[in-house]
Unconditional design. Sequence first.
Length: 623
Amino acid sequence: MKKQLIVVSLILFACLQTVRAADFLLEAESFENKGGWVLDQQFMDIMGSPYLMAHGLGKPVADAETTITLPEKGIYYIYVRTYNWTSPWKKAEGPGKFKVSVDGKKLSNVLGTAGSEWMWQLAGKVSVRDAKVNVKLHDLTGFNGRCDAIYFTTKEGNIPPVEMESLNRFRKQMLQLPGIPVSADKFDLVVVGGGIAGISAAVSAARLGCKVALIHDRPVLGGNNSSEVRVHLGGRIETGIYKELGNLQKEFGPVKKGNAQPAAYYEDEKKEIIVANEKNITLFRNYRATEVFTENSVITNIVAVQIETGEELSFAAQVFADCTGDGTIGYLAGAHWRMGRESREEFAEETAPEKADDLTMGASVQWYSENADKPDNFPHFSYGVEFNEENSEKVTMGEWTWETGMNYDQITDFERIRDYGLMVVFSNWSFLKNEYSQKDKYKNIRLSWVAYISGKRESRRLMGDYILKEDDLRKYIVHEDATAATTWTIDLHYPDPKNTKYFPDEEFKSIAKHIPIYPYPIPYRCLYSRNINNLFMAGRNISVTHVALGTTRVMRTTGMMGEVVGMAAFLCKKYGILPRTVYWSYLDELKRLMNEGVGKKGLINNQKYNEGSTLKEPPVLSQ
């Protein structure tokens, strides 16, 4: 009996110890003052969360800072979820070094330098005398140290889960998030993705009387044409059968040309204004769609999470438009999709490879430098990608040709793809500044801007009732449901052979091969899903082959697609129908809307700087 009492006492003591362990989860994205750290949500579907990153181009960024209230006073062990981002290329201490401080006391361990995956690392321990504490992130290098979350616990070794599903449940429990998302409202159209296609779809539908939700997972609208990525608009408007399509872009498109130029060139404020001025649009900025619910091949609602607070909202609508680029909504809904290159035989495309493969066009981390008028130092940066006199790029900027990830999965490997883009920019610049035999040429030049939001060209393509292919374009096979004209060449990117010579399978430079076409009207059937009955798509994720994507992917063209989708969504509301029925029964009314357009009349097209070369326009077809 005495032994039993001792055992019971020990068990009770252990339980009390467990109960008494106090813990607190601080998500880095929720910091009140982010200082010089940037918020990166691009990979949250893969690694689980947005995170803060010290993107300082080799100079330590200002501290991120916030105040929290812990459950109680006491000694806390502090664990940080972080990642040694150069580990794919060098199994050694990484450059993304940072520390954590609590109430002014810097914890002992340097973080972000070890391991080869996202993991919890011990920052140190601290004695807390007041439950309300100040927490700071101190960047040590300016080389992209990253912090996902900070976990405070009074029990040493009490580390949060690592496995993604368990970690997500743990986050919700610790943050006391509601089990059921709050309803955002019921809409006529929900547009996911605030790039040029998404803005155009939302404004088009709103001007025709639809109640629209526009969900965008960044603080800045515009996608690749925003100041975050800095790609200028490509393609023509005012051409093809429906010349009023594209007029919207005269209202919000930037006037200046050029890739990788100063932020002001991209006129983000125009995009903000046009959305804000539409009373029928509700903008959900910094929300990322994470779940889609369907019933009988119809989307009933989607869930989006606020990337700073973790708040979840549920959106219901009659129809949805996937303008994410990655086809995220379609993928989550179970829509049919493709990625990579089709075989030559499948669609009789002479430009396609003999055998199907996974090669895609890559993503660009653009950058530029400026004259500093005095010597400007750059730290030595060497983490597994070596540059020398022969293989280095003797340039002071990099735009679309700096392209990574063609041989990797543009969804599941995208953090690696983006990080390789950063890696080669920093490594090459370090060589030019510190080791190049003619380094004096770069002595007074400062690395001024490097994108951390990577400009993606290709990933998933959602399949519609028609798949646009090379023969349609080159033989000018016009369908009865012709819509916006694609005018760019069939512009496909491949690894640059000169770069492959030095960096086989890890190229970071590309070449483009162009095939001119006549301005070609894209079939409406390419703009809705063939198996998810209330899903539209506009952008680079429409129903085309890899070869046809070469022409349809540029932004003036995707914007016109968005206008058409907005018009079709209006018809869905007007008649209580779904996208396919517009093609079956209301195509003439859609044509009338495309003839009229939704843009303001009489505006000058002052955006002709990047229209591309096309063959002479064929005879106008009557529709």
